[in-house]
Write a protein of this length. Structure first.
Length: 247
């Protein structure tokens, strides 16, 4: 499936710290994704994976550290601008139930990018075609399966022509038989040259699609490397223990 990647850029977070009160959720996290590559972040629940994504797109401001897109710090930019450059897909798709599928996708390009309604709809149909759901353009999200809704959410993010895509447990809420289609779409995006950071419990995806795997625990990166290094030769006891629980 061809996908449109306007220009992929690298993303770097260095020395990222964030505390919620006394809870030090990120304790100096370094992460780097080369342009067009996929980094998968794995780790136990509560280790700070979602918070890391939210800091990287400045939904939370880090207490310390820097964020660079394409090698340039973005901390002084308008956060809204950064969020337009980074597409985000969550566990829960958050589609507007009273709008059609095409309207859900056209909304951002129309409201945030100033495309006319007609052009925004044409773009929505194009994106829907890429995720194999053009025939659902005028349906309500509630009439689609969870997997289809998640593909719409991905199309919605892609319609904003992001330079980087984040996925936070995008398949965790799906019935098992619907997971594959969404993972296949994510794999297509990765091979199409999108820069991606993927938080997932799908170890098969982490192993086969990602260029680099990051293992987090207690707000810190414990190990990072190529999938085969981390999965076949984990160096730390913490990663060995984590893998023995999830594999
Ligand atoms: P993960 O995604 O790895 O499961 P999270 O990033 O969601 O972990 O959470 C890491 C820690 O940060 C948890 O202790 C969680 O309670 C805390 N946390 C996350 N978001 C907030 C928030 N908005 N306010 C306070 N604490 C939070
Ligand atoms: Mg999470």
């Amino acid at each position: 499936m061809p996908t449109t990647v306007p220009e992929s850029v690298s993303l770097t977070g260095t020395g990222l710290h964030l505390a919620f009160g006394t809870n030090r959720v990120l304790r100096g996290v370094d992460i780097h994704v080369d342009a067009g590559k996929t980094v998968t972040v794995v780790g136990p629940s509560g280790s700070g994976k979602s918070t890391l994504l939210r800091v990287l797109n400045r939904l939370h401001e880090p207490d310390a550290g820097d964020i660079l897109l394409d090698g340039r710090s973005v901390l002084k930019d308008n956060p809204d601008e950064l969020r337009q450059r980074i597409g985000m897909v969550f566990q829960h798709f958050n589609l507007f139930p009273h709008k059609t599928v095409a309207e859900n996708i056209a909304l951002g390009p129309h409201k945030l990018k100033g495309l006319s309604k007609e052009r925004a709809r044409a773009l929505a149909l194009e994106q829907l075609d890429l995720v194999g759901l053009k025939h659902k353009a005028d349906s309500r999200p509630g009439n689609l399966s969870g997997g289809q809704q998640q593909r719409v959410a991905i199309a919605r993010a892609l319609a904003m022509a992001p330079q980087v895509m984040f996925f936070d447990e995008a398949t965790s809420a799906l019935d098992p038989e619907l997971v594959k289609g969404v993972l296949a779409l994510m794999a297509d995006l990765a091979s199409g040259g999108m820069t991606m950071v993927v938080v997932t419990h799908e170890m098969g995806f982490a192993r086969s699609v990602s260029d680099t795997v990051v293992f987090m625990d207690h707000g810190a990166v414990v190990e990072t490397g190529a999938p085969e290094e981390l999965f076949d030769a984990p160096k730390t006891e913490r990663l060995q223990q984590f893998l023995s629980q999830v594999l």
